[in-house]
Design a binder for this molecule. Sequence first.
Ligand code: BG6
Ligand code: MG
Length: 208
Amino acid sequence: NMKGAIFDLDGVIVDTAKYHYLAWASLADELGFTFTEEDNERLKGVSRMRSLDILLEVGGLQFEEAEKLAMAEKKNRLYVEYISKLEESELLPGVKEYLTGLRTRGIGIALGSASKNAEFILNKLNITDLFDAVVDGNKVSLAKPDPEVFLIAGQELGLQPDECVVFEDAEAGVQAGKAAGMKVVGIGKPEVLKEADMVVKGLYELLS
Ligand code: BG6
Ligand code: MG
C-alpha cells in the first residue's frame, strides 16, 4: 500500500560521503589537524554548517560566524569540484532499476535530502527525470532528525505520511522519517539503524 517513496540522496542513491570526506579532511589539514574517516561518520545526514561545527569540535578550534561561513564555502567549492566528475556509473547498485520499477507501478518518487547540491548531483547521474518532487537543503530550514524534509516531500507528492516510505542510510534520517509518521527502510547496518522498520544493504536487495 505504498503510494510514495522518498529517497535520501547521499548514501542511498550515490556514495558521495567519500567526496565530502576528502573536502572536509583537506580543510582540517589546512587548520592543522587530522580528520579521520571515523570522525566523518558523524557527518552523515548532517547539514553543512552543523558538519563544520563537528569538524571544529574534533580539532578543538573556535571561530567567528563569518570565518565559519567562509570555511564552509571553501569546503563546498572543493566538494563541488569532486562531484562535477560524477557519472551515472556511480549510482549505487539497484538504484536505477528500483526507481524505474516504482515508476512503472505508479508510485510517486521524491528526493528528501539535506544537501544544497542535490539537483546538481541528480543531473550528473542522469536521473532527474525519475523524480516527481525534489526537496533539498535549499527548501528546508530544519535539519534531520526533524521530519520537515520528508513532510514537505510527502505534500509535494500529494500524499499522506502513512502512504509514504522513506529510504535512509543515516540514523538522524531514520529518526526524521519515523517522526514524519512514515515507514522507513534503512540502508546499511541494522545495529546502527535500529529505529527503521526494515534494513537492507542496498536498494538492489529490494528488486524482485
Ligand atoms: C547530506 C550529507 O546528505 O547533505 C551530509 O549526508 C552533508 O554529509 C549534507 O553535509 C549537506 O550537503 P551539502 O551538499 O549541502 O554540503
Ligand atoms: Mg544519507
